[in-house]
Design a protein around this ligand. Structure first.
Ligand SMILES: Cc1cc2nc3c(=O)[nH]c(=O)nc-3n(C[C@H](O)[C@H](O)[C@H](O)COP(=O)(O)OP(=O)(O)OC[C@H]3O[C@@H](n4cnc5c(N)ncnc54)[C@H](O)[C@@H]3O)c2cc1C
Length: 433
């Protein structure tokens, strides 16, 4: 199973529809568009659509939805194509590529209105020009607003502000049953609103979103703190997540040559004037404060921190290899046991060059129900654990990784966890449990 696409720039959408291939809302059967739409970042699943539409505005998107409905054709919305398991693909249907629907429509001190195909990098650039930023950004910003709101949208501020889907103020959605454009919020057309959030396109095409904004910091002091083991990492994370001392909180598990795994607490303090107090921020942690790596950057550089790594992966070719990623959500009492058992079943070669991510998140006051997470602690905290595998493009490596993902999903369910639906897990893993 090799990638169908020629190599795009690493930050380009996976679905690269040739310019001029589309008239207003019309369906393109251009072979390059079809080939592109039958692939994604995972390079694991290839579903060939009948055609691809690329609406340039919301009324064109409505035309696509209406025409497909009239002809009885299924439609799948698609953003930047960074799914890993065919989530934005459809066999014998219509792919509605939303990347041209990318206008920033309005920015107010507490909110902004953006079209669903806008990437988070564009959202951040536009809001930063007003000294504002969305409260939660994903690690990688070249995903679309519609794409992450259809998945969950978890990032380093989710220990405070939850996933992106828990804080959306309003959506414009093309109803999948009628193709009618609905304005939806927690108080208006709430059923459609909550079906679309983390709905992976099944709740209709999101054409526009209103997302919250708050003051953007000017700078970030980032701390990378080695921890002794998985228990130490979790204890340190819960301490700082609960007392709220950091604005950004994640954790990485990376292979260490000859000695298993290294555990890093990754944290950030946002500031604009007074510098953070390192001693206070590192106090009480079970670690050697002198071993902490401390780095100051401006906020934009911090938000784009994945860019150098992505370029390096593109240079080695790893960015274009198959990515059978798996992410699970775990209740706090099970995290240590689950992660330790998983690490015992993995070798660094099975993971590849990307770190595993382990960090707490908090569900919001009105959690989007389609983002299925396990029982949270009283303070709303639970865990997210991701293995971002890169494997060679041969069928044996891929099927071994997918089989292991299936086992990890089963284990997560057995200990009260759930699977983040972005994962590459063959369907029976969940249904046969
Ligand atoms: C490098 C990388 C980094 C990532 N980092 C994070 C991270 O930090 N946190 C996190 O939570 N996730 C992360 N993800 C996962 C990512 O959030 C999801 O895969 C997301 O859905 C991809 O967005 P996209 O724009 O590429 O959407 P696509 O892959 O194009 O589509 C994804 C799904 O969303 C649906 N969809 C897309 N647009 C719309 C729309 N307008 N209306 C309705 N449905 C729509 C599609 O039908 C599909 O089901 C990452 C993925 C990659 C590849």
């Amino acid at each position: 199973m090799t990638a169908l696409n020629p190599r795009p720039e690493p930050d380009a959408p996976i679905s690269r529809i040739p310019a001029g291939a589309h008239e207003e809302g019309a369906l393109s059967c251009d072979p390059e568009a079809i080939t592109s739409a039958a692939d994604d970042f995972g390079h694991l699943v290839h579903r060939v659509p009948l055609g691809v539409a690329r609406p340039g505005d919301q009324s064109q998107a409505a035309v696509v939805a209406r025409q497909a409905l009239a002809q009885g054709l299924p439609v799948i919305p698609r953003g930047a194509g960074h799914s890993v398991f065919g989530h934005g693909q459809i066999e014998s249907g219509v792919v509605c590529d939303l990347t041209a629907l990318n206008q920033i429509r309005d920015i107010q001190p507490d909110r902004m209105i953006v079209e669903a195909g806008a990437r988070w990098s564009a959202v951040l650039a536009a809001s930063s020009a007003h000294g504002l930023a969305p409260p939660v950004l994903t690690d990688y910003l070249e995903l679309t607003v519609g794409g992450t709101l259809s998945a969950g949208g978890i990032g380093g501020a989710s220990h405070q502000h939850g996933p992106q889907v828990d804080a959306v103020l309003e959506l414009h959605i093309l109803d999948p049953r009628t193709a009618e454009l609905l304005v939806c919020s927690p108080d208006r057309n709430a059923g459609q609103f909550f079906a679309a959030l983390a709905g992976h396109g099944g709740g209709g095409i999101i054409t526009q979103a209103t997302i919250p904004l708050s003051r953007a910091p000017q700078r970030v002091r980032a701390y990378s703190v080695p921890c002794a083991d998985v228990r130490g990492l979790i204890a340190n994370q819960l301490l700082v997540a609960r007392d709220g001392r950091f604005d950004y909180l994640e954790g990485q598990i990376i292979s260490s040559e000859g000695s298993g795994w290294n555990y890093l607490l990754e944290a950030g303090a946002f500031y604009s004037t007074a510098e953070p107090d390192d001693a206070a921020l590192l106090s009480g942690l079970a670690c050697d404060p002198a071993a902490a790596e401390i780095k100051d950057t401006d906020y934009a550089t911090f938000c784009h921190r994945m860019v150098p790594g992505v370029r390096a992966l593109a240079a080695t070719g790893d960015w274009y290899r198959p990515h059978p990623w798996v992410s699970v959500f775990l209740p706090i009492p099970s995290v240590e046991r689950y992660v330790a058992a998983t690490l015992a079943s993995l070798t660094p070669e099975q993971v590849g060059p990307l770190p595993m991510l382990l960090y707490p998140i908090r569900r919001g006051r009105v959690p989007a129900p389609a983002l299925c997470t396990p029982q949270a602690a009283d303070d709303g905290l639970l865990y997210s654990f991701s293995i971002l595998r890169t494997v060679p493009a041969d069928s044996e490596s891929i099927s071994t990784a997918l089989g292991h993902n299936r086992e990890l999903a089963r284990n997560a369910l057995r200990c009260g966890g759930t699977v983040y639906a972005i994962s590459a897990i063959p369907a029976p893993a969940v249904s046969t449990l």
